[in-house]
Design a protein around this ligand. Structure first.
Ligand code: HSE
Length: 391
């Protein structure tokens, strides 16, 4: 087995995890030659001579053949990945924002420079969703990819549902456990899930979308009354990322709090676990499950990419790169909208209404809404409204 010489950018939760695993397992024959960091004064659990603040100590070192990029800043990460690929180095990244924003450019750079750019860790942590979509589901016609792709929000929802922790306490625990982004708004507003969904959508369907195309609502507006409604009806609230191909071939990308029947597979995905259902014409439905966040699960995906470099594995994206979204969502779905009694709300957004409830404190309406109308009304950004989709 050939020795890999690695340059590591970033020594946060995952960077340190990778360092620990590689230094404890010499049989992996992967030597970290340099670690570039931003803040040299922080105390680190690794020999000080490994660290540098100069990115050229990795990019200009011809002995380094693999760059692992694990930094937060998506713009800086893109500059690093681009230069490394142009220098003929393989790149492994976990930066979903950077990949979602520069997907085609990065794949082109990979091709032009005949190197590998791998990023299994960017989507669902340890769950090998991308490699499966690329290889196993290469021929079968996929109808949807739907699931829980953000560990922090799933952790928070699990604790809120069981009543063991409030939103604030659960969010703090997700941060302390290293699941959450440094800016946790990205998790709780569903933005991180939208990046991941856009990456999944390209690998699943060959359709290119921006994360901004995703119809999105996070979990910050959910209230105890919503969890009570869910419990009474036999549902569990999950933040579900969903790319579905409609009957007329249209892509419908959404990230929404969703009522999942408590007997359904996705209802069993708790805490920081992720779970993704893949719906296909021949295999029907399949399920991938595992830890989606945290030091060692994410390190596991990075390690798998490092191993794949030994046989020059590349994402081929054989399904193509067609523009995946024309901005039109002429699809009707059932929703629940809940709010404190007295909150101004115009119910004419509903095409039809199933239930209307009002108590002294809480109101909710369930019924059908066209997705175009939901997006254009602006109510998805109204912090006073809980908006939950039915599956
Ligand atoms: N903040 C992300 C999550 C980390 O909670 O899923 C893994 O991508």
């Amino acid at each position: 087995m050939k020795q890999l010489n690695i340059g590591l950018f970033g020594f946060g939760v995952v960077g340190e995890g990778i360092y620990q695993v590689l230094s404890q397992k010499p049989q992996l024959k992967s030597n970290i030659r340099k670690i570039v960091i931003k803040h040299p004064d922080k105390k680190r659990n690794a020999p000080s001579e490994l660290f540098s603040v100069n990115m050229d100590d990795i990019l200009e070192d011809d002995k380094i053949d693999v760059v692992i990029e694990l930094i937060d800043d998506a713009d800086a990460a893109f500059e690093i990945a681009k230069k490394a690929l142009q220098k003929g180095k393989d790149v492994v990244s976990a930066n979903k924002k950077m990949i979602a924003q520069h997907h085609v450019e990065l794949i082109d750079l990979q091709r032009e420079n005949n190197v590998s750019f791998l990023y299994e860790a960017a989507v669902c942590g340890s769950v090998p969703i991308l490699r499966n979509l690329e290889e196993y589901y290469d021929n079968d016609l996929l109808n949807y990819v739907r699931g829980i792709v953000n560990g922090s929000t799933n952790y928070i929802l699990t604790k809120m549902r069981s009543g063991t922790e409030t939103y604030d306490v659960a969010l703090k625990a997700a941060q302390e456990n290293g699941f959450a982004e440094s800016d946790p708004t990205l998790d709780v507003e569903g933005i991180d899930a939208s990046y991941k969904l856009s990456i999944i959508t390209l690998h699943a369907f060959g359709r290119l979308i921006s994360s901004k195309d995703v119809l999105r609502k996070g979990i910050t507006s959910l209230k105890p009354d919503d969890f009570q409604y869910a419990a009474e009806k036999g549902y569990i609230i999950k933040l579900i990322a969903n790319s579905t191909i409609s009957e007329d071939g249209r892509l419908i990308p959404t990230v929404l709090p969703t009522f999942v029947d408590k007997r359904e597979t996705l209802a069993l995905v708790n805490n920081e676990y992720n779970g993704v259902l893949i719906g296909s014409a021949l295999a029907d439905e399949q399920f991938l499950y595992g830890k989606g966040a945290g030091r060692f699960p994410t390190s596991s995906a990075v390690l798998s990419d490092i191993s794949a470099l030994r046989y020059n594995y590349k994402y081929e994206l054989r399904k193509g790169f067609v523009n995946g979204f024309d901005g039109n969502l002429p699809v009707i779905r059932k929703f629940y909208i809940g709010f404190n009694t007295g909150t101004p709300f115009d119910s004419s957004i509903f095409t039809s209404i199933d239930e209307l409830y009002r108590s002294r404190e809480h109101e909710y309406i369930t019924g059908e809404i066209e997705l175009n109308k939901l997006r254009d009304s602006g109510i998805l950004t109204d912090k006073n409204l809980s908006i939950i989709a039915f599956t």
